[in-house]
Design a protein around this ligand. Structure first.
Ligand code: FE2
Ligand code: FE2
Length: 481
């Protein structure tokens, strides 16, 4: 009962916030289009229904985002999502009111709202936001212009229609593998494609001239360019303020020019090469089980940055044949090696990397046993050894990304060491690694399913031969059959 009362209270707060935002947009929108705050009094009786209708439109978007679309994806907390959507609608509406009031309805930059919401939240929500923001701008601007300046033209409505078409097209530019350049060029092309509509609407004006039609076409193109510029300006602010990692940003941190990756390459070239191979495997696995390949790649690229502190203690960096563990007591060796996940997580936190990437670095070995050193210690003592002393002391994978990195990391290292000669050998190694992780309980803290693991196994087995083709001899496999 108290829970219901509490959630009712919270919902009331959200809707009160929407009412405040509707009042703010209407108030400022009328002032912008009417060119002065005193015009609010001129609008008079129309002001209340205007606020009411804007409030209804905002409420529909809120209800759609929270109760209809959100249960399927739940990307952020409700409050974060609410703040993102409402602030984008407010900024875009007021900017659009300015463009309408001082220039033309054909240059409304509403596609910016659709683009930002598509990138930060979801494509469907991007479309709804674009359509409803256009309606909000229309509700505020058209009556204001009519009442204050006694001007109304059916041509203005055409501009709002183009605003809707432009924002819906913008959201379709968001597909897998998009980047900033593609979106910018895409939106400019949309502007060019929509320009002929200016000719169509231009002919609807009984006093049309070639110049007036040309002007409309120009406004449509400029509106799309302004939308992209507005989106380019706002998106990084949202990414930073709400700590959101868009595919853009993830692709950027995976760039080999990133200072941290350059440092890894310089200090631990073997580890860097290992991370590159793991990133290709992890990306394929992520696609196979429906995760974000950009995030999987980022997790893999940075999972071993903790090795930079003492790179020579890791076999992939011992190119001169010298192994410092030969001169160390086993306990020290174990300590040197088991520290790299927590050290990596610390470095990544300092570099403000995504939480998922930090977690993958911390969890990619879980609390598994360092078998090599355990067996080495067992070989030189009569005493019964406790395996716990030869374990990593980090959390087990808590996300599917961490689980993928754990599996791909082990597969890469084992395959590099064992050099399987046939497809069957390769499949056996990958199967044993996954089974070993399951039996050791390493995958019990994340919601990865057996179906996902089967897909990961297939994905790794398919990717390895193309990456290490000189090692796998398929003819031998055929001969054995
Ligand atoms: Fe590692
Ligand atoms: Fe690794």
């Amino acid at each position: 009962m108290s829970v219901t009362k509490k959630s009712f209270g919270i919902n009331c707060l959200y809707f009160l916030g929407l009412l405040a935002v509707a009042t703010f947009i209407s108030f400022l929108g009328v002032a912008i289009v009417g060119r002065g705050f005193e015009r609010i009094a001129d609008v008079g009786y129309m002001f209340i229904p205007m606020i009411g209708l804007v409030f209804v439109l905002l409420s529909i978007i809120h209800i759609y985002s929270v109760w209809i679309i959100r249960p399927s994806y739940k990307k952020f907390s409700r409050l974060r999502e609410y703040l993102i959507i409402i602030s984008i609608i407010t900024l875009t509406s007021l900017f659009a009111a300015f463009i309408y009031g001082y220039f033309s309805s054909y240059a409304l930059p509403i596609a910016a709202a659709s683009l930002i919401v598509s990138m930060l939240l979801s494509q469907r929500l991007g479309i709804i936001t674009g359509v409803f923001t256009t309606a909000i701008v229309g509700l505020v601007c058209l009556p204001t212009k009519f009442i204050v300046f006694n001007e109304f033209s059916i041509l203005d409505v055409g501009g709002f229609l183009i605003g809707i078409i432009s924002s819906v097209s913008a959201t379709f530019l968001m597909h897998k593998g998009f980047n900033r350049l593609k979106v910018t060029l895409g939106e400019i092309i949309v502007g060019l494609i929509l320009m002929p509509l200016g000719v169509l609407f231009g002919f609807m004006d009984p006093e049309y001239t070639a110049l007036s039609i040309l002007k409309l076409c120009g406004y449509i193109f400029v509106g799309n360019v302004i939308a992209v510029a507005f989106e380019t300006l706002l998106l990084p602010l949202y990414e930073y303020t709400f700590r959101i990692w868009t595919d853009y940003k993830l692709a950027e941190i995976c760039s080999l020019n990133q200072p941290l990756l350059r440092e890894l390459k310089e200090k631990a070239p073997g580890t860097f090469a290992h991370c590159l191979t793991v990133s290709t495997l992890a990306e394929n696995c992520a696609i196979a089980i429906g995760l974000n390949p950009f995030m999987a790649r980022a997790c893999a690229m940075y999972h071993d940055v903790g090795k930079m502190k003492n790179p020579q203690f890791f076999s992939e960096n011992q190119t001169d044949g010298y192994n410092p563990h030969d001169d160390l007591i086993i306990d020290v060796s174990v300590k040197m090696i088991t520290e790299h996940p927590s050290e990596g997580a610390q470095i990544l936190k300092e570099h403000r990397m995504p939480d998922t990437v930090v977690r993958a670095a911390l969890e990619h070995h879980g609390d598994s046993t360092l078998m090599f050193f355990y067996l080495k210690a067992k070989g030189i003592t009569e005493k019964t050894l406790n395996t716990d002393e030869y374990r990593y002391s980090n959390p087990r994978p808590s996300t599917k990304y961490s689980a993928i990195i754990m599996i791909c990391d082990m597969c890469e290292a084992t395959i590099r060491a064992k050099k399987p000669q046939t497809k069957e050998e390769l499949e056996g190694i990958v199967y044993n690694i996954i089974q070993g992780r399951i039996l050791d309980g390493q995958l019990s803290d994340c919601d990865i399913s057996m179906k996902d693991l089967a897909k990961i196994k297939t994905s790794v087995c398919e990717a390895i031969p193309s990456m290490m083709h000189e090692r796998i001899d398929y003819n031998k496999a055929k001969e054995r059959r």
